[in-house]
Design a protein around this ligand. Sequence first.
Ligand code: ASP
Ligand code: MG
Length: 466
Amino acid sequence: MWLLNGKNKNVMNQLDIAKFGGTSVADYAAMTACVKVVTANPNTRLVVVSACAGVTNILVELASGALDKTAALQRIDKLRAIHQEIIAHLAPEKQAPCNEHLEEHLTEIRNLAAEASMGRSDELTDRLVCHGELLSSYLIVEVFKQQGFKAEFFDVRRVMRTDSTFGCAKPLVEVLGTQSKEQLLPLLNTDAIIVTQGFIGANSEGMTTTLGRGGSDYSAALLGEACNAATISIWTDVPGVYTTDPRLVPHAQPIDELTYLEAAEMATFGAKILHPSTLVPAVRRNIPVFVGSSKEPEKGGTWVKPETETHPSFRAVALRKNQTLIVLASPKMVGASGFLARVFAIFAKYGKSVDLVSTSEVSIAVTLDAGSNTSGIPSISEDMLNELRTFCHVKVEDKLSLVAIIGNEMSKTAGITTQAFDAIAKYAVRMICYGASNHNLCFLLNEADAVPALVELHQHLLENKA
Ligand code: ASP
Ligand code: MG
């Protein structure tokens, strides 16, 4: 309606890309709420969806090859039930073709799961898990139509070119840009809402890849960059970014606005609300990112932007589980040079990014994330450890969690550390990182202490603040 009457240029200047997470597309009612959100904003022309809640987890299990046949069939029944609930709400004449489509996907999933039971691989995992997003996007198109709106399915693999790192593929931004201009942008100028998949992509040979767990946010931001969007909206099940995870700390408060830097620190240090890579494309193009709840859009949300009005010393606290600490000790480190370079060269060779670093005269301690690889299999390889063992003593510790305080001008403000240390005085601290950034102070703690420490930090630093 608003598109073909000469105002379409205007709309394209204001293009909004809306991404809906798994809980936002969990069932028919949730999808209906998404339709309302999308159609309330005439600038939203492109919709990016995750798989329905729980679906990717089931697909990852099937791809692990570890389920016996009965368990695998049970999982497939569960997938059928999740998607049939949506189909059951469609017009009667739509139900048969949609069920047929669902069965085609389920057959493919069953065949791939059987293949995985003979030997899993990241490549096979990606080929299997992509069905989650393919199905949710297919079905939400039908829900749009059911509500009287024009919508069209678009297979994102036509434009989302990645390298071949299955399970954690890197987008090839330039190719994505040219492909989008040719294949996607023209569609955004029509009167249909275009619906596509987050999380998945394809390499140059057309093989399916994934961007790693939770990668749909990243997909939306990449598409926002490629299509020169004015805004990227991330719709989830909480009304914005909170001072910490409200499921862990009931007193957590929503935050109206955050700088890119603060939000990036929060995402990196475990705030689940945004995938850590999401902001990279947004920052490259200065695109503001909105985070809100598709079920309660009236509650507003958080704007993540280049600058904010306030710069509090303490903005949020975050928790990241599954940290692995590697302590490397070399007797030769005393007065020697080149040890760190050698160690980091090996991390680079194995594609490992280091989060925290602390050094002493003869040793270095680093944390590595157990990985967001789609398969969920920790990616700290024995080969890498063996290579390190050729020139130093290697100790690996796990069951650790990272608790991070995120704020502003921290290393320039007196009293920051006292307040933080007081709050967690009860707990043994395995490692502390502070000083490299003005925006964070991190503690590595035993897994069991992490949540209580988070609660204390939140209470001391963020509650009852005037
Ligand atoms: N469906 C994928 C996952 O659960 C991607 C996403 O939701 O962002 O990890
Ligand atoms: Mg998600």
